[in-house]
Design a protein around this ligand. Sequence first.
Ligand SMILES: [Zn+2]
Length: 386
Amino acid sequence: MKADLSEYSVHDVVEGFTYNELEGKGLFGLSGHLTIQPEYQRNYIYADGKRDAAVINSLLNGYPLGIIYFNVTAPDTFEVLDGQQRITSIGRYVTGKFAIQYKNGMEQYFSGLSQELQDKILNYKLLVYKCSGDEDEIREWFKTINTAGIPLNDQELLNAVYSGPFVTSAKKVFSNSRNSNCMKWSAYIRGDVNRQAYLERALDWVSDGQISAYMSAHRQDHGIKELQTHFDTVIEWASTIFPTIEKEMRGLEWDRFYKEFHDTAYDTNHNDKEMHRLYADPYVTAKKGIFEYILGGEQRTELLQIRIFGEATKKTVYAQQTQQAKIKGTSNCPLCAFGSNANKTRMWKIGEMDADHVSAWSKGGVTSISNCQMLCKTHNRSKGNA
Ligand SMILES: [Zn+2]
């Protein structure tokens, strides 16, 4: 890994500046020697205008703009590693794409500035590190640089490290907010499509969590068939099994569910009814657990976090049980008292007992004092259902 510090004037960097209006991307500068937005860069996101204006005001006031990083791809040929948004703001301003308010509060386009101010912008020196090295080194480098602006996230870094035809094709599908499937996918995937959340999930699923190994192996592929097919299969399966969309579906581990349960036959009508019933059940406190609960055959009630008995209820029930046990001369745990065992007459302290639903929640039992009994911890655990 080599990094040489150089200075470039704004004048040189914006020479031949090309901007793709449709995609909102700065494409080229430095008379064609600089690729401003390589495939791995996130889409241009200064478009709120405020940060665009802040960049230009920094130039006009001579404020530092932070270091910019170029990757040397061939002699005299560069890609922007970090600083793409700043360069795009400058290029867009100089080519008349937006105006800023400067001093007197008037909107000023570049062409409307005095010659002196235009020169001030064009002669501004950008501080640039030109880096050359292998993937691992550049990746490490990226982790340590977070200059002005929004730091790259993990998937953006991986897109940088493994840039190539595979990432290009994958981004067309999974990082494209104009893709009409995004709306459907957003019911299942959490995060921002522009910040690579959907691409990250698709890669995570197809690779069983080995995203960088997968990207490395497929880096030179021109197609993304396996990636797309697996993702579509999982989403299609989920939308068939649960016909009603609920907001708690978003961000669940759909790929794990698919791998675990896709061989199981389900009655979709039953699933839908059961889902609605559980959503309406006030004792179910973890709505997001409903889906895995249903997929697993409605056994694992711990996924639903059934509302538990309050401390006051436990104390009342404990006192009643203990009082009656003393009269009878048996243990205050009704299961210990029953039959013959070493604890038949043992008096447990309240801290040694847990509250139990006499009639299980899953069989319609409610979480109220009339359905509460205190059991010693061993018996409560062995009863083992909510
Ligand atoms: Zn017991």
